[in-house]
Design a protein around this ligand. Sequence first.
Ligand SMILES: Nc1ncnc2c1ncn2[C@@H]1O[C@H](COP(=O)(O)OP(=O)(O)OP(=O)(O)O)[C@@H](O)[C@H]1O
Ligand SMILES: [Mg+2]
Length: 411
Amino acid sequence: MTRSVEPRAAVDPFGEEGDGGPPLSERGWRITVRGLHVVFVLMLTIAVVTIALSPVDGSKPALLAALGVLAVAYALLGAPAITSRDQCRATAYLVVLVLVFGVLAWQEPSLLFLLFLGYPQVWFLSERVPRGMAWTLALAAASTIGPFVAWSRGDEPISGPAQTLVGLVFSLAMGLWVFRVLEQSRQRALLIRELERTRASLAAAQHERGVLAERERLAREVHDTLAQGYTSIVVLAQTAAAQLDTDPAAARERLAVIEDVARDNLAEARAVVAAFRPAGLEDSTLVEALERLAARFARETGLAVRVDTSALGSGPELRRDEEVVLLRGAQEALTNVRRHAAATAVVIRLSRVAGQVSVHVEDDGVGFDPDSPGGAGLEGLRGRVAAVGGSVDVASSPGAGTRVTVRVPGS
Ligand SMILES: Nc1ncnc2c1ncn2[C@@H]1O[C@H](COP(=O)(O)OP(=O)(O)OP(=O)(O)O)[C@@H](O)[C@H]1O
Ligand SMILES: [Mg+2]
């Protein structure tokens, strides 16, 4: 009966999922097994010819019968066990092998050259090193007893056991070495698989981080552009509704502003979808974009808004991403002025100090405590500015207005 067994730890030629893979390729293993069969047939043929040519007739039938038993056992037990790794068949074959060698050594020690076949077979059929060693010793013992008894009787010189001893030492050394090499190769394969797994999970984590960063950027863009536009539209619509009966002309003007804001929002939405670039900077400089922003803000809120570029001076051009964060900073600060400051005037100031370019948005409103926990607006702005190596500074206190400064390193 065939029993399925655990895969061999050291000589499992193909390995199992998760054990680090095979030390030998499938093709390499097939060729090795075929080679073993060929060597078996060849050596057995040589042994049969040796027996046929032997002058001693008496032991011939016993020797040929022993070799016949070995051939049948190899066909039915040994060969299938090598490929199926069935330890029951392997053990049965090894028992036959040891007995046959006992007979051969007893009857015809010159046939002990077959040990060159027997020892490798032992190692190929052994699952672990101790098992291989035990069967090697058993085979050596079986091959030694006969000649030893003959020698002790004074019949023959002790050449057989000496050869067996040399073969034994050689076989043990070879078996241990092969097991060691296979074990090292298995360990290496395990390591490689582990490295591959780590690399794959690293790539997945990086991808995940990229997706998260992209999502965060998108959220920031929506907050900084579309949400602010909609805030304006809501406020303007409320004002227009309130003015509709009392001051239709003013209400009409508000409606015109609502249309403008909605158009800008549409342009921003398209820019966000296109490449996350602010529509304000599409085909104009930062100063022009800030002036347009200020004019629109003044129209929407009725506040006095001034853009001061006197401290800008001249210097190297800013990078595109630096211009974008400065414009976004001004937008966020102005939205906060509209929503929280109750101010009457706002100044947007551009300055350059030691190469660093800053946008300051200053209002004369109610102010607040900058250390108190804030919303997503300023927090998001800090993240966005930090991404280009800049910083955000909020100077304010209750009743004393607010100044938001966004600073970028400058190219
Ligand atoms: N110019 C300002 N004047 C007075 N208070 C301000 C001003 N700017 C910010 N604040 C205060 O700081 C808080 C945090 O602002 P932040 O922009 O981070 O969040 P938010 O405006 O409340 O919400 P969000 O911007 O996420 O829609 C505000 O809630 C407000 O109390
Ligand atoms: Mg805000």
